[in-house]
Write a protein that binds this ligand. Structure first.
Ligand code: UDX
Length: 472
């Protein structure tokens, strides 16, 4: 099929590469000419596993890039809208990019085309897109608007696309549903998975071939918001449980294992920490609440989800204070700036927010992130942070080490070497990446989330312990 994808951000670029990978002819369109030029030159603008391979494999053959929607979109059977929907001040999604793309698409439609909304949008967006296209089409045109929400996670976006738990097609008639069924057929029939060179499924992934469900467009729009809000709720719930664990001296990791083994609950998205971040959860929880409010329902539960999430960062900051007493002039090593491991994305990153708070308190921060340093440097602007080339360099001479992003490499540190590099052997782990016993065995004081603080009984570490650390 000939496909146009409008928007070359995370969703648009990954969808373009993956749609080419499963056999379609794709043109990815963006009005940012510099971005298009970089993609044409062969650059990969985001850090995403398998994306460089797919771009190299299909660029110039089944995958093209263009800065001209009117020209490149002509003749497409399916046009995906994958542009940004940033939050406005009161939490609504700003749909102006979706509207302007719809207008442009309307102006150049020819034969029957399915316009597919892929950005995360509030319910009724498909209705609006339909209306805008009809109003802007020069003559009556044959088209349908469908919703096909994307559930990809940054860092595993390619395999999430190729091995999804489910494919949701929101279509209000059989004709458009059947176009999207055909489009995903290489996945739903299983044909893609037997193809030589197919990207392999990561371990622990979903069953495949994936199911495809057809719903109304409104239901599909709600599925996306409800899924993200529920996952955010799960994280805030376990963070609240972690806080109770700290108060009573229980171990949240043991609680998670016990709770997660209930197949009705499941173990995923039950990892406590410093709260969720990224370009989706914070914005989507707010947007879903705004959608509900506009429809006359006050979804207060979602306000609490956001409140717990914000509070989680503050609690971690208090832990740093309680462990180190005063912060002014303290030299802190920070591991991780991205909003989660496996990505260079720093949008709404709790790690970066904590670094900024520590800088405001007068700390001297030396940070290391395997991928997000450049973006963080840009975002921090005048705020002075030194960047190290590795975790041990960051730790050298520091009063304490903070783990703020769950990069895999941070779970495999040489603890003996780490303890040797630090001025004081103190680790504050906002992602619970270690067993407290292992830290203690290496003489490290270990403060984590939802678990008792471990303070080894040796002279240097004893200096670091304070009466408040066990509780907060
Ligand atoms: C999310 C959704 O998972 C995805 O389906 C949707 O399409 C886009 O939004 P993403 O933002 O890429 O994906 O990251 P995700 O892996 O969901 O993590 C979001 C945040 O939650 C991160 O800050 C992560 O560190 C945090 N998180 C996740 C936890 O704190 N605990 C968990 O158990 C899981």
């Amino acid at each position: 099929m000939r496909i146009a994808v409008v928007g070359s951000g995370y969703v648009g670029l990954v969808a373009s590469a993956c749609l080419a990978e499963i056999g379609h002819d794709v043109v990815c369109i963006d009005n940012d000419q510099q971005k298009v030029a970089a993609l044409v030159r062969g650059e990969t603008p985001i850090h995403e596993q398998f994306l460089p391979e797919l771009l190299t494999r299909h660029r110039g053959s089944r995958l093209r890039f263009s800065g001209n929607l009117a020209e490149a979109g002509r003749g497409a059977h399916v046009v995906f809208i994958a542009v940004g929907t940033p939050p406005t001040e009161n939490g609504d999604a700003d749909l102006s990019y979706v509207e302007s793309v719809s207008r442009e698409v309307g102006q150049q439609l020819g034969d029957y085309t399915v316009i597919v909304e892929k950005s995360t949008v509030p319910v009724y967006t498909c209705e609006w897109v339909r209306r805008v296209i009809s109003l802007n089409a020069p003559s009556p045109v044959d088209f349908d608007v469908a919703s096909n929400p994307e559930f990809l996670r940054e860092g595993t976006a390619v395999t999430d696309f190729l091995y999804p738990d489910r494919i949701v097609v929101g279509a209000d008639n059989d004709r458009s549903a059947s176009v999207l069924r055909t489009l995903y057929e290489p996945l739903t029939s299983g044909a893609y998975y037997t193809q030589p060179g197919a990207i392999k499924q990561p371990s622990g992934g979903a069953d495949f071939p994936p199911p495809l469900i057809v719903t109304s467009t409104k239901s599909a729009e709600l599925i996306k918001h409800a899924s993200n809000a529920f996952l955010a709720l799960k994280i805030s719930f376990i963070n609240a449980v972690a806080n109770v664990c700290e108060a009573v001296g229980a171990d949240v990791e043991q609680v998670c294992t016990g709770v997660g083994l209930d197949s009705r609950i499941g173990p995923r998205f039950l990892r406590p920490g410093i709260g969720y971040g990224g370009s989706c959860f914070p914005k989507d929880v707010l947007a879903f609440r705004a959608v509900a409010r506009d429809c006359g329902y006050d979804f207060r539960l979602l306000e609490e989800v956001t409140r717990i999430n914000d509070d989680q960062r503050q609690r971690f900051l208090r832990k740093v204070r309680n462990t180190l007493w005063t912060l002014k002039g303290k030299r802190l090593a920070v591991l991780g700036l991205a909003f989660k491991g496996g990505t260079d994305d720093i949008r709404e990153s709790p790690a970066l927010a904590l670094v900024q708070a520590l800088l405001r308190e007068g700390c001297d921060v030396v940070a290391y992130d395997p991928a997000a340093a450049d973006r963080a440097r840009e975002e921090l602007g005048g705020d002075i942070v030194r960047f190290a080339k590795g975790p041990y360099e960051a730790a050298r001479g520091a009063d304490a080490l903070l783990i703020l992003t769950d990069w895999e490499e941070f779970a495999r540190l040489d603890l003996e070497r780490l303890a040797g590099e630090l001025k004081y052997p103190i680790v504050l782990d906002g992602r619970n990446m270690y067993r407290p016993e292992d830290m203690a065995a290496h003489g490290l004081t270990y403060v984590s989330v939802g678990r008792a603080t471990i303070t080894p009984l040796n002279r240097r570490a004893a200096m670091a312990s304070s009466p408040a650390t066990a509780r907060d």
